[in-house]
Design a protein around this ligand. Structure first.
Ligand SMILES: NC(=O)c1ccc[n+]([C@@H]2O[C@H](COP(=O)([O-])OP(=O)(O)OC[C@H]3O[C@@H](n4cnc5c(N)ncnc54)[C@H](O)[C@@H]3O)[C@@H](O)[C@H]2O)c1
Length: 345
């Protein structure tokens, strides 16, 4: 048993996603408390986790001197407030994405973590995905050449939410992954979308990011789509790479494709020729990607940060920069809403 198994944790919010975090923290740490407002959820948890204290009172989690790390998987509008409370109570905090629903709130949580001297980690799961790690290494080693642009799609039918739109629910994954891979913040954020099923809650959102380096990225998220798609494409000058999270075997495919500039004519005195490009259509390779579950890697990062005091990859600064992009995209959506109105059928 590693020292991380002795870190004492509490999971707060044990619904759809919290159930996964419970399973993971029960396996990897000393899970002491599970907390949920719903009696039905508490009953379900009680049947699965015998030795764990089950409560409906968040206050009792904060007052429990045994608990070192609080894991928040409550609805997004509660993240900032509950995270600040836990930090002020001296707990280390893992909070599900997004860190907050505004930059002001994200800054408030970040300040609370600094003042308390505690770890604050945001659940940007894809930053811990072995496939994303592989692509990050390829970029850093120059295997893709110059990265030109990237785009990602996160589409499905459901799970429809009414306390946040598809932007805040789905895009934190794509934006955190893109900022991690490209290692810069966008200077321009534009977005458009539409709420067809519930007024002013966008079901489909298209976001475009322009970076200071000149690179561009596009994110398409929707819970109203015939395809189940979780895909990222990165186009570089030497190679192109696709991460398809729906493919159980070939998550990453590397395409030796591109358009290579043709050598110009040998005679320097000749008039300039138009620039010509020759297509390169080489091998398609699927590298072996480590099989460890991203969720287990992510939870281990939180426990390691608590044990060592070193910040996690998806720390407060990372959570904040993602919220900065989301807030700008949301402003663009709201501005777009004024232009037309759809009456849901
Ligand atoms: N990382 C991922 O891939 C991923 C996937 C899905 C959801 N999430 C995130 O997880 C969070 C929860 O989403 P979900 O789909 O599990 O929602 P959910 O509605 O299924 O679960 C939320 C739970 O929180 C409980 N709750 C609400 N207020 C509470 C409070 N004050 N104290 C204790 N419990 C409270 C509710 O009773 C419910 O059981 C969201 O932030 C969402 O963005 C992350």
């Amino acid at each position: 048993m590693s020292e991380l198994h002795h870190v004492r944790t509490a999971v707060v919010g044990c619904g759809y996603w919290g159930a996964n975090l419970l399973r993971s923290f029960a396996a990897l740490s000393d899970l002491r408390v599970a907390c949920d407002l719903s009696a039905a959820v508490r009953e379900k948890v009680r049947r699965q986790y015998g030795g764990v204290r089950i409560t409906g009172s968040y206050q009792s989690v904060l007052e429990d001197p045994e608990v070192q790390g609080v894991v928040l998987a409550t609805p997004a509008p509660l993240h900032a407030g509950m995270a600040v409370q836990a930090l002020e109570a001296g707990k280390h905090v893992f909070v599900e994405k997004p860190l907050a629903l505004s930059v002001a709130d994200a800054e408030r949580v970040t300040r609370a973590a600094e003042e308390a001297g505690r770890i604050l980690m945001v659940g940007h799961l894809l930053e811990y995905h072995p496939a994303v790690e592989h692509i990050k290494n390829m970029i850093e080693q120059g295997e893709l050449g110059q990265v030109y642009y990237a785009y990602s799609q996160r589409l499905n039918l459901g799970k429809l939410r009414s306390d946040e739109n598809a932007l805040w629910s789905l895009a934190p994954h794509d934006i955190s992954m893109l900022l991690y891979l490209l290692d810069e913040e966008p200077e321009e954020v534009s977005a458009s979308g539409q709420g067809f099923l519930q007024a002013d809650i966008e079901d489909v959102v298209f976001i475009t990011l322009r970076f200071p380096s000149g690179r561009v990225a596009h994110v398409h998220v929707s819970w109203l789509d015939p395809h189940k798609e979780r895909r990222l494409t990165v186009v570089g000058s030497k190679k192109m790479v696709v991460f398809n999270d729906m493919d159980p075997r070939e998550k990453v495919r590397v395409f030796d494709k591109g358009l290579d500039r043709r050598a110009s004519g040998a005679d320097p005195a000749a008039p300039p020729e138009p620039v010509l490009f020759a297509p390169r259509d080489g091998d398609i390779v699927s590298p072996r990607i480590g099989g460890q579950e991203p969720l287990a890697i992510e939870c281990t990062e939180f426990l390691r940060s608590i044990a060592t005091g070193s910040p996690p990859r998806s720390d407060a600064r990372d959570g904040l920069r993602v919220v900065r992009v989301l807030e700008r995209a949301q402003a663009a959506l709201v501005a777009g809403r004024l232009a037309y109105e759809v009456t849901p059928a």
